[in-house]
Design a protein around this ligand. Sequence first.
Ligand code: GCU
Length: 597
Amino acid sequence: MKSLALFAALFVLVATAHAQRVDLIANSDGRKTVSLDGQWQMIVDPYESGYYDYRYQPNPNGYFKNAKPKTKSDLVEYDFDSSNTLKVPGDWNTQSDQLFFYEGSVWYKKSFDYQHRPDTRVFVYFGAANYLADVYLNGEKLGQHEGGFTPFNFEITNLIRDSGNFLIVKVDNKRRRDAVPTLMTDWWNYGGLTRYVKLIETPATFVSDYFIQLQKGSRDRVVGWVKLNGAQFSQRIIVRIPEAGVAKAFDTDASGKALVDFTAGLKLWSPENPKLYDVTIEAETDQVRDQIGFRSIETRGTDILLNGRPIFLRGVSIHEEAPFRSGRAYSREDAQTLLGWAKELGANFVRLAHYPHNEHMVREADRLGIMVWSEIPVYWTILWDNPATLANARNQLSEMIARDKNRAAVVIWSMANETPLSDARLSFLRNLAGFARSLDSTRLISAAMERHYVGATTQMIDDPLGEYLDVLGCNEYVGWYDGLPEKADRLEWRTKYEKPLIMSEFGGDALFGNHGDVLARWTEEYQENLYRHQIAMLKRIPFLRGTTPWILMDFRSPRRPLPRIQDYWNRKGLISNRGEKKKAFYVLQRYYSDLQK
Ligand code: GCU
């Protein structure tokens, strides 16, 4: 009881740390927005001397004041306007060799003018900032955001001025034991304002958020809600789907929330027919538009049902690594390239690992008809019994769901990856799974778990976490970390759960163009052979309903220093970071085309 009260207090603390922090505004069309992307002045501040004084106390005259000497005698020891710049969106590591390995604080500054129209409100929206962002406008603190892969916004209506605004963000990507993720990851800790930044203008009372999806298991009943933010809470809301002849009215309650519930004859979204409808949400003071697909996703025993029919999820795992140029991917083009390759593989599903990817990825998946597994970075050895870590993970989970809850493509929320068994871990992950269900009852809950041996040849999936999941995820590296590829031929898989399994990771490293015999590690032939044995094994697993091998494209990792082979790249890609397809790519492509016959 005491720890729950402590946790509740901490959650409130995290959520309301700073007044201007407001619930995530739905990213819909029909709003006036101003992009703040481009070159930002920057100051690299490893000792955080722009934030703390020499007594390590927060300095009220820190760099966020953007001070300028007024006289020749004034002492000001920084100057954004004569400092270097960094491109936003973008990680700092691949923009300057000096910052390649840099982990610490960097200050960003953007100056802008803004014609503030009367009776409107203005918000600043960040697609993401890795990892801890302290945000200031015109010298005033707007707030702080923790977590490198989810969006956040602040209201700046009362602070913005017509000219000479300066938005300053201190971004700190230092890894911490109590953070999410924690100290050790197998991906590059790209720091910075890694996704777009924009200003959003709204009416005084506006449609701040909405959830419009089919009820779980239904193929014609749309349930959800629309939320207003502002003073005029009691309004009539009309949900319009012109193409489907839908125009339904609902009234808001005292808190400005309207419950939506109607039936309609809709073409269902699927990989074969990724139908998206133009949906308009009209309030008396505001109107927004979005493109939404409608599909149902559920399980029945060991089957996964899309729109009521059993489906096999032919997938691949993807890191948010930019193709060709490397660094954190962020653009629509990056998404089109990565998902285009997945399509070429014959995939109808992708696992976006190990954190929520940028919004272009999920919206492109919506358009291309590719189902998505989306995950929060509860990765390896998180500090399970630390209430602040749980609050942080819950916050990232709620932001991930808030941003993508209207995307038909997203079918699975994943709570974690490869986390070691313990009671503290189980209660932590149970908490997250329950929270996810409370936020979104329409999708499936999963996690990437591990298996263990029973005897020499039986692989058992009986992680107690499985109890709380709809779909079992399991990572296995038979043939790479566990024996040689032919070992898979002798293995039999079992589970204590009557639930569908997605083999969420398997694979091995190969350097593109490195050739040798099938037992020579790092060669394309070894990887190709490994995939052959894996696929033969997978076909023998009766409750297998999906696969997301590790991984579509090579990605940077600080844990992979092997010279002339890895050079800080994880080489388990089926495609090199220069877009070159390895032999194993075609083995998986053939498996996926066979599955479609
Ligand atoms: C792990 C982990 C991945 C990692 C992969 C590997 O299972 O989940 O993040 O990159 O194995 O070792 O290549």
